[in-house]
Design a protein around this ligand. Sequence first.
Ligand SMILES: NC(=O)c1ccc[n+]([C@@H]2O[C@H](COP(=O)([O-])OP(=O)(O)OC[C@H]3O[C@@H](n4cnc5c(N)ncnc54)[C@H](O)[C@@H]3O)[C@@H](O)[C@H]2O)c1
Ligand SMILES: O=C(O)C[C@H](O)C(=O)O
Length: 294
Amino acid sequence: MKLGFVGAGRIGSTTAFTCIQHLDLDEVVLVDIVEDLAVGEAMDLSHAIVGLDKYAKIVGGSDYSLLKGCDLIVVSAGLARKPGMTRLDLAKKNAEIMRSVAKNIVKHASDSKILVVTNPLDVMTYVMWKETGKDRREVFGMGSLLDTVRLKERIIALGGKPRRIFMMGEHGDSMFCPKSLAEVEGEVDLDRAIEETRGVAMEVIKRKGATFYAPAVCIYRMVKAVLEDTKEEIPTSVVLQGEYGISDVALGVPAILGRDGVERIVEYDLTDEEKAMLMKSAEILKERLKELGY
Ligand SMILES: NC(=O)c1ccc[n+]([C@@H]2O[C@H](COP(=O)([O-])OP(=O)(O)OC[C@H]3O[C@@H](n4cnc5c(N)ncnc54)[C@H](O)[C@@H]3O)[C@@H](O)[C@H]2O)c1
Ligand SMILES: O=C(O)C[C@H](O)C(=O)O
């Protein structure tokens, strides 16, 4: 398997490091506009993988032709937010980057599936889908899985055991948990856990400047599902065309991931309140897409 990264910064490099430890890969490619960064990360990762008594051809550079033959490309190229910013504040600048990246992927690796990470995640997933012209099953984003992992951490920290629970909607302030589908053992203030989940990324960013370990693990889980065809149900940002009564916007929804990418969107029965929250996410994201000219 050949795994590509566009963006060899904190997310790209940390995810690559995570993937070489847990996956059996034949090739890894890191592309970044800062060529030395991509080359240096590739060199370091090449030493690390031998240290794990494993081998994969790991190369880096700024030349997109390195991506030729990739099965899956993780895109984290772009600006990250700073304290006081929302993810949506990054939309204009990162959309320009997504358009450039999309053009290069189509030129050099048109058959590859694309896992978008760049924020605002759902908006960037839509832009990548639109600009590549690929089947919507092959362009998807990681956001709601991270929100789900964070919610589970909060529930455990508050004394509960999450048996079945997930976040959906915008990977942003309007994210929500369909509580009617949740199964949690123990007495837990679920609303408190959900509210803390919404704001925790910025709490990390304020303290260490960025988030990357938890995102990298979540990206790895989605990469694994696709490359190993696990058919796992994972909350995934994907363009909806009628599912949940919503069209022409990418949102975090439960989806079955496998070798073909998003193999099925899982439509659960939501309460009227949950449907309204999902619709609110859709409206917020469509407004930002409209401002970007989509
Ligand atoms: N979806 C999520 O859950 C999630 C989680 C964490 C970070 N993010 C987002 O991921 C993005 C990257 O975060 P980071 O911490 O890795 O930032 P970073 O600054 O460490 O890395 C970004 C990299 O992108 C590169 N880059 C910029 N423009 C490029 C272009 N046109 N072509 C190729 N490479 C280019 C930069 O040189 C840099 O190395 C941000 O938008 C951040 O908000 C999303
Ligand atoms: O919050 C951010 O800006 C980064 C990422 O989307 C996260 O949730 O960690």
